[in-house]
Design a protein around this ligand. Structure first.
Ligand code: ATP
Ligand code: MG
Length: 294
């Protein structure tokens, strides 16, 4: 790779390179992300859109260190998020990131106020300070009169705006939203999106919001389209890796790469103008080979 990653990282809040995620379910594998590249600048509002199953939630989980990629990197302020151990990943989530999900992350038995103070309590903030901040956040979202209401005593839009306050409680630099307006009518959707836009503008919070809805996507500074685990319109090598060749000419091809290329036991080698092309041997030959060795 010829780009200067350090320089790109110094100019962007987030840098994503060659991000891949393969889910394993027993013997079956699902490639959710096939090598995604993009950057997000400080204070940007980014929308991620794409058909169902295209990898949007997977991408968001990797950005939020809720899961580990199969390959590739996420740099946040120039530091790798993907390499964090469990404890550091937890600290990154707690200190830097606020999450909002489609089905709100509210505790049903707690009032709006208690829901918003909860993450601050967990982070060790004194109750007086967390109470004042929670009221301020709820007020900014137009929920002043609802502070003592529990989730089932509020509308869908009020619940989602409370959920935004919960996500903002510990003053995160990054807000990740996944289909947060998925279950709301168009009027309420507008209200929630305006609240999110205001958060972005007033607090300078970087926002990455996943949505199916084109009206919701238009609130963003930029829209990223994802399809079949790749960013649309992006020229991309499916997946790149470095491997060594020993003195006898033996090369180790990492498992993920073999899976992506459909390579089993034997391959065909061709010298091309681009370099060496390693392709799977035709299935028939492979089957015959397997039978021969059984
Ligand atoms: N934990 C998992 N185990 C196995 N496969 C998974 C897992 N999570 C997601 N997948 C698969 O990975 C692919 C991408 O899923 P993802 O949830 O990221 O899609 P999405 O774009 O968020 O879809 P939607 O718009 O429906 O929410 C899908 O084929 C999905 O079935
Ligand atoms: Mg999803």
């Amino acid at each position: 790779m010829s780009e200067n990653l350090e320089e790109i990282a110094s100019e962007n809040k987030i840098v994503v390179r060659d991000l891949m995620k393969v889910y394993k379910r027993g013997q079956k594998e699902v490639i959710a992300l096939r090598g995604v590249d993009f950057e997000v600048s400080q204070g940007e509002f980014l929308s991620i859109v794409g058909p169902s199953g295209s990898g949007k939630s997977t991408l968001l989980k990797l950005l939020g260190a809720l899961d580990k990629p199969t390959a590739g990197i996420v740099l946040y302020d120039g530091h790798s998020v993907t390499m964090l151990d469990d404890r550091r990943a937890m600290l990154y989530r707690r200190q830097k990131v606020g999450f909002i999900w489609q089905v709100g992350n509210l505790v049903p038995g707690l009032t709006a106020l208690k829901n918003v103070t909860l993450p601050m309590k967990l982070a060790g903030a004194p109750s007086k300070i967390s109470d004042t901040r929670a009221r301020m956040l709820l007020d900014t979202m137009g929920l002043g009169p609802r502070v003592e209401h529990k989730p089932n005593q509020m509308s869908g839009g009020e619940n989602q705006r409370t959920a935004i306050c919960v996500a903002l409680a510990n003053n995160p630099e990054l807000l990740l939203g996944d289909e947060i307006t998925g279950e709301l009518d168009s009027e309420t959707t507008e209200m929630v999106m305006q609240a999110l836009k205001m958060t972005n503008e007033e607090f300078g919070t970087t926002v990455i919001n996943v949505t199916h809805n084109p009206t919701v996507a238009k609130y963003a500074d930029r829209v990223l389209r994802i399809r079949d685990g790749l960013i649309e319109g992006q020229k991309h090598t499916l997946y790149g890796d470095i491997t060594e060749i020993d003195a006898k000419g033996r090369m180790v091809i990492p498992e993920t790469m073999r899976q992506l290329a459909g390579i089993k036991k034997r391959v065909v080698l061709r010298a091309t103008s681009e370099g060496l092309l390693v392709s799977p041997l035709k299935t028939d030959d492979e089957n015959n080979d397997n039978q021969a060795t059984q």
